[in-house]
Design a protein around this ligand. Structure first.
Ligand code: B12
Length: 290
């Protein structure tokens, strides 16, 4: 979300003088825009990017509506970040869940680490509740919903790229899982590129047609439901072949990873994790390889 603020407000949030902010901006370490009248304006997501990349903390984050950063190493009683998040979601405390996820992000924790090592295990653990209690399934739905809202808030703190999407994707028809495909989308956005998440239960023909129109470099599929595997493999291969003719890569991942590809197709890549996917995108996007 590109919410713009004035130099005075941002220098107060960082706890530095306006001239320090101007120096950062002149050096190009903090990008700024200008109003029609020629005054500098800073986007909150750009300020967060600089803070995370260079380890420059916000001294007064609350002045621009951000929570305090949470350094995992300073957690009381040696608690792990995922334990805090687990307790917040179990207590159905959305504000606390958001404070923890955003706080860890603002402390500089890499996004893929936050998603893969904190959020995913918590959701997996909460998903076991239904065995223990008659309200477990409702609690699982509540936790999913709160997590999606939290990821939506996180998305608003990432830079919003304009123009053509680098990547477009979703989860195939019959697959209702919303969190994993949301995470793939956030991973692309965190790299500074636009992504379009078409969500769960996506007919694969319509993914192909959408890609024909939008021409991303990458399409992704996140697979959780165990559709009979040979059928899923056939569908994925046929999508890969169609995307191949359009020069688009197909990235697949999710719980069904390892079972998704039967024979090699040059544009079809199966990923074990978001970390691996992010590293792949980084390599793909380094200027000398474009
Ligand atoms: C929430 C949840 C639900 C919710 C989903 C809500 C929603 N709209 O999203 C609801 C209640 C609908 C549901 C329903 C069911 N569920 Co369910 N569910 C879960 C739960 C707890 C969390 C899923 C989730 O979002 N995980 C978080 C994501 C982020 O983790 P992830 O999928 O592992 O993804 C990671 C990587 O794989 C990777 N990744 C994922 N996709 C991609 C894509 C790309 C391109 C890349 C690079 C990487 C990548 O990134 C992620 C980050 O680490 C899981 C437990 C679990 N361990 O995951 C069970 C689980 C998946 N469900 C299960 C079951 C059995 C069911 C039901 C059959 C229950 C029932 N009897 O009705 C139904 C089936 C629904 C269906 N049609 O398939 C089982 C599946 C077992 C199996 N055979 O595989 C699980 C594993 C629970 C369990 N331990 O038994 N479920």
């Amino acid at each position: 979300m590109n919410t713009y603020i004035s130099p005075t407000i941002l220098s107060n949030a960082f706890g530095v003088s306006p001239s320090t902010l101007k120096r950062w901006s002149d050096k190009g370490i903090l990008k700024s825009d200008r109003t029609r009248g020629g005054h500098r304006r800073f986007s909150i997501s750009e300020a967060i990017r600089m803070s995370r990349d260079l380890g420059i903390p916000f001294r007064n984050p609350e002045s621009i509506g951000l929570p305090d950063p949470i350094e995992p190493s300073t957690l009381v009683g040696g608690r792990e970040p995922f334990e805090l998040l687990h307790d917040a979601l179990e207590a159905e405390n959305l504000n606390e869940a958001q404070r923890i996820v955003l706080g860890l992000f603002l402390s500089g924790m890499p996004l893929v680490e936050l998603l893969e090592d904190v959020v995913s295990p918590v959701i997996a653990r909460l998903g076991m509740q239904w065995v223990k209690s008659p309200t477990g399934i409702a609690s699982e739905h509540a936790a999913t919903q709160m997590m999606l809202e939290t990821l939506g808030t996180l998305k608003n703190l990432l830079p919003t790229a304009e123009g053509r999407a680098l990547a477009i994707g979703g989860a195939p028809s019959g697959d209702p899982y919303r969190i994993p495909t949301t995470m793939v989308s956030l991973t692309v956005q965190d790299l500074g590129f636009k992504s379009i998440n078409l969500g769960p239960d996506l007919p694969l023909e319509s993914l192909v047609e959408y890609c024909r129109k939008e021409r991303p470099r990458i399409a992704w599929l996140s697979t959780t439901s165990s559709d009979p595997i040979p059928m899923l493999q056939r569908k994925i291969h046929s999508v890969a072949e169609e995307l191949h003719s359009l020069g688009i890569l197909l990235a697949v991942g999710g719980r069904q990873t390892g079972k998704l590809t039967r024979r090699p197709i040059s544009n079809l890549i199966e990923f074990r994790s978001l970390k691996q996917f992010r590293a792949f995108c980084d390599r793909l996007l380094t200027p000398n390889e474009i």
